[in-house]
Design a protein around this ligand. Structure first.
Ligand code: PMP
Length: 369
């Protein structure tokens, strides 16, 4: 066995509040059709690969030096992209970047959550929100959605008044259910929130609704919009998440970020990938159309499908969702059991991948769910 393999986790002087918890764990299995982690199924185009390679080669020449701690050039490029995407004039001072939006969210809770503070989310939602809360010792307050998984704004404002959380998470479009929150509802939530509001827009580019970035000018003292290059930008392996907020919020995050957290290589690669935004995002429109096609097909087979504004679909109802998940896997199709009774989540893939998924779905539907 491994050196030290006889030591058991239970013997370690781990923090009491972390004992018995399970880590984030989407299975990474080598099967023909992988539709379980909401990635963009299209690999980067050759021009982008060449551009990233050249940019990284250039960056390699200065690897003996620490990177720009403030990632100013990258933040400038992100500001240009996000301004274009949302129509809101942003500058580098409004942007912050980290290794995936997970790190962004962690920095937010390090600065605005922590011991003695609480964070609230409307469940089911992104499973990392409570895990990051646990890691930062922020008390997690789960709040409900309607039975159709949509957000009940009126009820939400009551919950906020009752619990007065220091931070709230609003995921729009919501993972794993797919619905996004209209701007008017977001405004109501932000007004009602006693503390910071994090709108997690990891899937924003797939949605037809306007971004919460539009509310930043009005609510700079409490609003943070989190984004990522992992989904629409087909850059999940590059690890680049970012946020838009008032400059003062970014000053606050500087207090908790590790120095030089974004490597020279990451900054160079992300900037190169951003130069190809237009081309990459063209695939996003194809994926949104595919999503609607897959949805119709599932409905035609008798599945109930939650309306989705993202690149994945939550569907059911299965007698035993985990059993159904295994049946997909046995046919070489990896989708996601997100733990919602009777439901599974599938990421929209290439048309070919979706065909395989739909063929298996048809067999499962006719065999009885
Ligand atoms: N937010 C949501 C809602 C997500 O679904 C994900 C990825 N599954 C993330 C944030 C984090 O993604 P990343 O760290 O790759 O940016």
């Amino acid at each position: 066995g491994a050196v030290g393999g006889q030591v058991r986790l239970e013997e370690l002087p781990l923090r009491e509040d972390l004992r018995g918890r399970t880590p984030y764990g989407a299975p990474q299995l080598d099967v023909p059709v992988r539709l379980n982690t909401n990635e963009n199924p299209y690999p980067p185009p050759p021009e982008l690969v060449t551009d990233v390679t050249e940019a990284v080669a250039e960056a390699a020449r200065v690897l003996h030096r620490y990177p720009d701690r403030d990632a100013t050039a990258l933040r400038t490029d992100l500001a240009a992209y996000l301004s274009e995407d949302t129509g809101v004039p942003l500058t580098a001072a409004n942007l912050w970047a980290a290794n995936g939006s997970n790190e962004i969210l962690q920095q937010i809770l390090q600065a605005f959550g922590g011991p003695g503070r609480s964070a609230l989310g409307f469940e089911p939602s992104y499973s990392m929100h409570p895990i990051i809360a646990a890691g930062t010792r922020t008390e997690w307050v789960p709040a409900p959605r309607r039975s159709d998984f949509s957000l009940d704004t009126e009820r939400a404002t009551d919950v906020l008044a009752e619990h007065r959380p220091d931070v709230i998470f609003v995921t729009s479009p919501n993972n794993p259910t797919g619905q996004s929150v209209p701007l008017d509802d977001l405004r109501v939530l932000v007004q009602a929130a006693p503390g910071m509001v994090v709108v997690d827009e990891a899937y924003a580019e797939f949605s037809s609704r306007p971004s919460a970035v539009r509310l930043l000018d009005e609510f700079g003292h409490k609003l943070i919009v989190s984004r990522t290059m992992s989904k629409a930008f087909a850059f999940a392996g590059g690890r680049l998440g970012y946020l838009a907020a008032a400059p003062a919020v970014i000053d606050a995050l500087q207090l908790v970020r590790l120095p030089y957290h974004l490597s020279v290589l990451t900054q160079a690669a992300a900037r190169a990938a951003l130069r190809h935004a237009e081309q990459t995002l063209a695939a996003v429109h194809k994926l949104s159309a595919e999503r609607d096609r897959v949805r119709e097909a599932l409905v035609g087979m008798g599945f109930s499908v939650v309306p989705s504004d993202a690149n994945f679909i939550l569907f059911g109802r299965f007698e035993d969702a985990h059993e159904a998940w295994q049946r997909y896997l046995d046919r070489g199709v990896l989708i996601r059991d997100v733990g919602i009774p009777g439901h599974l989540r599938v990421t929209v893939g290439t048309p070919e991948e979706n065909e395989v998924f739909l063929a298996v779905s048809k067999d499962i539907a006719s065999a009885g769910l």
